[in-house]
Design a protein around this ligand. Structure first.
Ligand code: FNR
Length: 383
């Protein structure tokens, strides 16, 4: 792991270790992937202001996200099928996040269940909810997340209907899955991954099998999932979910100022400015380009967080300077997981923390909580 100096190094290592169809699943965006690319490239348009001769001996990245202490404001984003990058993937990522002192968010579509992750962690993690048509299942999921002492519910709003990812379709990652001999060969040439995966599927059934009506195995799961995302989801649903959950609520997938105002009206504790990592509406703007206008509109009413395209500590610094009170990484931790399991996730967090610490100092600041737009050379996304 020590050979990996950047998130890109971890990506290259993961690409060698994870079968192509599952690496592609993590790495792809929807349609032409223009939003996915813009998420990453727009960060480099924000220039940092270099300062000198400031005492930088005592430095701190620590802060809070929705009132919870964090060693740096970088959470692991919810990612479905994380266990496809590495056996026991969700558990290993949660353990790495816990040891690092940053939040871990478990996806509804995980391979290890809420209970599996709770068994391996002491610090409360966050649970991400997809609202399915089967409302009994949704209530049951929230009950299970409460029983596991999850300290926040991350309600995803931008997946009422599934964006199309060409790589997944070509790779047979559809519902139901279609595996060709080529895909079986990709797996067979990674025997270690295959053994790990076989064990994972013996031990873990995810959050849905055995809990949703008539879902008893992987094939009934795939049919159920394909028709369960709720195209009718509305702000009224946010209201009953908030009431039933009763704890901290983060709304994920807001990319528009008007939606951000509605989110603030709903009484949520935070929003995540996000386009689902460029996996939903291709052609939508990058998350970072929308951050300033959303912070201006609602930043005094709720915490504004961001995900999408964060690949370095400098990116975390830029987002913080533009008003984000928290950031999330999706693919960077998945690359780490694919490259080296728990150590790989820790490495991804280490890389980001080190870059963040050094860049903070070179901008003449000692504490990340003191950072504002004054560390930037202007703002290319001024609202
Ligand atoms: C995701 N994302 C996601 N979001 C969510 O709310 N629930 C989910 O189950 C998933 N699943 C998922 C799988 C994979 C493989 C990826 C890459 C992403 C979106 C995720 O939470 C986050 O918004 C993006 O990953 C952030 O962009 P970056 O950091 O990957 O560029």
């Amino acid at each position: 792991m020590a050979a990996a100096l950047t998130i890109d190094d971890l990506k290259r290592q993961a690409k060698r270790r994870v079968p192509k169809m599952f690496f592609d699943y993590a790495d792809s965006g929807s349609w032409t992937e223009s939003t996915y690319r813009a998420n990453e490239s727009d960060f480099s348009r924000i220039k940092l202001r270099q300062r000198v001769l400031v005492d930088m001996t005592e430095r701190s990245l620590a802060g809070t996200m929705i009132g919870e202490p964090v060693s740096m404001p970088v959470a692991l984003a919810p990612t479905g099928m994380t266990g496809m990058q590495h056996a026991d993937g969700e558990i290993l990522a949660a353990e790495a996040a816990e040891a690092f002192g940053v939040p871990f968010t478990l996806s509804t579509m995980s391979i290890c269940s809420i209970e599996d992750v709770a068994l391996h962690t002491r610090r409360p993690f966050w649970f991400q909810l997809y609202v399915m048509k089967d409302r009994d299942f949704v209530y049951n999921l929230m009950d299970r997340a409460k029983a596991a002492k999850c300290s926040a519910l991350v309600l995803t709003l931008d997946l009422q209907i599934l964006g199309q990812r060409h790589k997944d379709l070509r790779n047979g990652l559809s519902a139901p899955p279609k595996f060709t001999p080529k895909h079986m060969w990709q797996m067979a040439t990674r025997p270690q991954w295959c053994i790990g995966m076989a064990n994972t599927h013996r031990r873990h059934f995810g959050n849905i099998v055995g809990h949703a009506k008539n879902v008893t195995d992987m094939s009934s799961l795939s049919a159920w999932t394909a028709e369960q995302f709720d195209a009718k989801l509305s702000w009224d649903d946010v209201a009953w979910i908030k009431d039933y959950w009763g704890g901290k609520l983060i709304l994920k997938g807001v990319l528009d100022v008007e939606d951000a105002r509605a989110a603030a009206d709903s009484g949520a504790d935070a929003i995540i400015v996000s386009n689902h990592g460029g996996r939903q509406l291709d052609g939508a703007p990058s998350s970072i380009s929308m951050l300033p206008s959303i912070v201006e509109a609602v930043g005094d009413r709720m915490e504004v967080h961001i995900d999408g395209g964060i690949r370095s500590g400098q990116d975390v610094l830029r987002a913080t300077a533009l008003g984000a009170k928290g950031t999330y990484i999706g693919r960077p931790f998945l690359y780490g997981l694919g490259a080296g399991g728990r150590d790989g996730v820790t490495r991804a967090l280490d890389i980001i923390a080190k870059e963040l610490d050094i860049s903070l100092a070179l901008c003449g600041k000692r504490r990340l909580t003191d950072v504002d737009a004054s560390i930037l050379m202007g703002n290319p996304f001024r609202s």
